[in-house]
Each structure stands twice: as C-alpha cells, then as structure tokens.
Design a protein around this ligand. Structure first.
Ligand code: 5AD
Ligand code: SF4
Length: 446
C-alpha cells in the first residue's frame, strides 16, 4: 500500500486543508503514516506568512533530502502557501530534492499528482477561484472540536500580507454544504465546530451571509458550541454582533486582529478602519455579549512605524485589555506591496518592541484570568492532561484553558467547574456538585 507522511505547518486553515488531503488520499486507497522513513511520499503542508515559517520548512526539507539519498524512490512534496515560492526551485535546482509542488487549490488531484511525480517533477500551483473542497469529506483529527473551512482566500490585500497571493481570491462555501459538514461532524461525535476563513465574517455564498450561517449552525441538534476565526473589524456589523449574542451555541469569544493602533500605520497597512472605528466595534461587542473574551493580532516594526505609532499601540492595549494577543515582528514578504518599502525599524528595535508588548500582555492576561477566580464556568471536557489521568483539561465558553481534578466526567461532555486559581494562560478549577451520569448505552433488542 502507498504510504504518505503528511506534516502540517502554520495556521488552522492549513490543519483543515491537511484533513482534506488526508481524506482524498485515503479514498484513493493510500495510507497515512507517521514514520517518514517508511513512507513512499513525504508531503509538507507549508506556511508563508512570515519568513521564520518558511525557514523552518526549508530546514525540514534538508532532512528529507538526506532521507532521499537513502531511498531514491522517495517522493518529496510541498503543499500549501509556499508552493508559489518553491516552484522555481523545483524546476531550477540541479541537485533536486523536490518532486512535487502543489498549491492550496490542487489537493483534489493529489493521488494522481503523486503518481506522476514518480516520473517527472510536477508543479500544480494554479489558483482556482471556484475550488472550495465543499464536497470532499475531510479525515478529521481526534478530539471534541471540528475545524470547518467556511471561506477560502482573501480579497483584502493588507499591504504586509502574502495570503491573497498564496491562496487567491475570496470564496465562500455554500451554506447547505457547511451545515451538512456540521451534521456529519456531530454524527461522528464532535461537540464543537470552528468556522475558518481569512475574513470569516465577510462570508457570503451568494444567498446567505455570515449571520445566516451562524443562525443555521445554532439550530443543528447535538452541537454544543460554535466558534469562528478570524473576523475582520470592517465586516463586524451590528447584525453579526447580534447573531453572536443571541445564538445559544455561539461562544462569547472573538479574535479580532487589530495589527496597529496608529491610524497612519493602519492606513499604510490598508486595513480599511481607523482606531476609532475599531474601538466602536469593541464597544458594541462588549456591550452586546456578556463576558466576552476578546483577543487580537498585532504587528510591530511595520515600515514607517515610529516611536509615536508604537506608543499608541501600547496605550490602546493598556486601555482595551485584550484577554490574549498574538504578537509578531513585521516580516517583509515577496509579492506584497510593503515588500517594496524600505524597512525603517531595525531587527533589534523590533525585538525590543515585541518583548515590551509580550510583557505588557502577559500581565493583562494574568489579571484577566484572575478575575475569573470564584466564578462558576461551564467546561467542555476535552481530555486528561498530559501530566496524568488524575486531571481533566477543557475549555470555557471564552476559550480559556482550564484544568481540574478528574471526577470521571466523560470527555466531550459539559461540566460545571468553580475557578480556584489562574495563570496568564490557564485557569485551575474544582468541579461543582455531582458529575452528570453518562447516558446509558443503548441496548439493542433483537
Ligand atoms: N509579518 C508579520 N506578521 C504578519 N501577519 C500577517 N502577515 C505578516 C507579516 N508579513 C500576522 C497578522 C495576521 C496574522 C495571522 O499574522 O497579524 O493577523
Ligand atoms: Fe492577510 Fe489582511 Fe487578508 Fe488577513 S485580511 S489574510 S491579514 S490580507
């Protein structure tokens, strides 16, 4: 049997894409293996968002080059967002390592591409504005949470971002296909779905918008929780906020990328909102959704970012008090508009700004989590902790990680837990009252 080793880098969208690939491969009679040395093909699903991500993949490809020396028949492939960049190497390089390069819209034909790559190098990097994989059942990982791609590509063209070039134009999956995927996930035992899209709240399938999608998902029987990531501030309309607030299953948790709190930098980034606009969206979210957890993405050291611009970001983070934040140093990316602009902030200064934001946010995250001490929260239990069987791990509606003593609550069920401690990234809890009895197994009567 043909065996494929598939390794995933980057965001949740890539994880979901790897699940699509795994489904395609298995239906073609191929098997997945977690041992590259036993594989007929190794395939890396790659990320190009920052240079660091690309360097990691290139390092890994070096390891596979050595493996290929021992087994010359091994097919080495690269999928995903680095495909465009790596195509040139595939065709140019003398001591060739890569046999296959396949972009984010080429996964439907993966088995055939792998077979062809045994004879000659293959590059399938065309972007297809109609490809959504909506009809292909993914092979999902274990756990309580199913990731469902609602929208592919991006049309926003932020000046730092490579995604519109690597993933192509924005397209949404039809609502009925998505609801079908949710039903299948629930039937397979998943309790929570997370809709994915680069600007997921701009979802529109021609007939339905993101509000319709949230409401239709909320109505699916047996589904406990719905989340989505990442929305764009400009598309966070009052209707969307109302849907989050009123749909029972939709969790009070929003990840809303800010990127910078300086209007000059926001404009240079082509983010299409001002700080005042973002502030209004945050006020509407917090006003409409009780106990909302809000997180964000921020970039430091964008070309032209002055001390004053940066000070605005610090001031706004201090004012808004995000629950958590992903903080990045600007990384110039080929193809993007900002790539052509001179970098004005040194690596050293970017490092200093980043570290200062990390320290600031860590303190805020810790305080935000400590504010939960004494409260009761509903936990969706996911698994026992890595430390051992005596502790359970789960998430609150706000997506806060929590651990508590194992009282036999089955994974995939909800449990009331009192918060008794907190760090900047985890809550500690004690179960409240009796654990719900697991539903009796159905007895089949002949
Ligand atoms: N450099 C640094 N960070 C970036 N991001 C996107 N492109 C870049 C870049 N060129 C960050 C943004 C985005 C997150 C997914 O990655 O903050 O929201
Ligand atoms: Fe990139 Fe901006 Fe699109 Fe997000 S919205 S994927 S940052 S271009």
């Amino acid at each position: 049997m043909y065996r494929v080793f598939l390794e995933t880098y980057g965001c949740q969208m890539n994880v979901a894409d790897s699940e699509v690939m795994a489904g395609v491969l298995e239906r073609a009679g191929m098997a997945l293996t977690d041992r590259p040395e036993l594989a007929d093909a190794v395939l890396l699903n790659t990320c190009a968002i920052r240079e660091h991500a690309e360097l990691r993949v290139l390092g890994r490809l070096g390891e596979f080059a050595r493996l290929k020396k021992q087994n010359s028949k091994l097919i080495v492939g690269v999928a995903g967002c680095m495909a465009q960049h790596l195509r040139k190497r595939l065709l140019d390089e003398r001591s060739r390592v890569l046999d296959l390069v396949v972009g984010p819209d080429g996964y439907r034909h993966l088995p055939e591409l792998l077979r062809r790559a045994a004879g000659e190098p293959v590059a399938e990097i065309r972007l297809d504005r109609d490809e959504t994989y909506g009809d292909l059942e993914p092979k999902r990982g274990d756990g309580v949470r199913a990731w469902i791609t609602a929208q592919r590509g991006c049309d926003k063209f932020c000046t730092y971002c490579v995604v519109p070039y690597t993933r192509g134009r924005e397209r949404s999956l039809p609502l009925d296909e998505l609801i079908g995927q949710v039903r299948n996930a629930v039937a397979a035992g998943y309790k929570e779905v997370v809709y994915l899209g680069q600007t997921v709240n701009s979802y529109h399938d021609g007939r339905h918008d993101f509000t319709d999608l949230l409401r239709a998902t909320d109505a699916v029987e047996g589904l406990l929780r719905v989340r989505f990531t990442s929305p764009h501030p400009t598309d966070m309309t009052p209707n969307v906020i109302e849907a989050i607030a009123t749909c029972d299953a939709v969790c009070p948790q929003v990840h809303l990328p800010l990127q910078s709190a300086s209007n000059g930098i926001l404009e240079a980034m082509n983010r299409t909102y001002t700080l005042e606009g973002y502030r209004e969206v945050v006020a509407a979210l917090r006003g409409g959704i009780p106990d909302l957890a809000l997180s964000t993405d921020i970039i430091v050291g964008f070309p032209g970012e002055t001390e004053d611009d940066y000070a605005r970001t610090i001031a706004y983070m201090t004012e808004t008090r995000f629950d958590s934040a992903f903080l990045f140093k600007y990384s110039a990316r080929p193809d993007t508009r900002a790539h052509r602009w001179p970098e004005t902030v040194s690596e050293e200064e970017k490092g200093r700004r980043l570290q200062q934001l990390i320290d600031l946010q860590q303190g805020i995250s810790a305080e935000k989590n400590e504010a939960w001490i004494g409260r009761e929260v509903e936990v969706l239990v996911e698994e026992t902790t890595k430390r051992g069987e005596h502790q359970l791990y789960g998430r609150t509606p706000q997506f806060k990680a929590i651990v508590f003593p194992n009282d036999g609550t089955p994974c995939g069920t909800l449990r009331q837990v009192r918060v008794v401690g907190a760090t900047s990234n985890t809550l500690l809890g004690e179960p409240v009252g009796q654990a719900a009895q697991p539903a009796p197994a159905l007895v089949q009567i002949a």
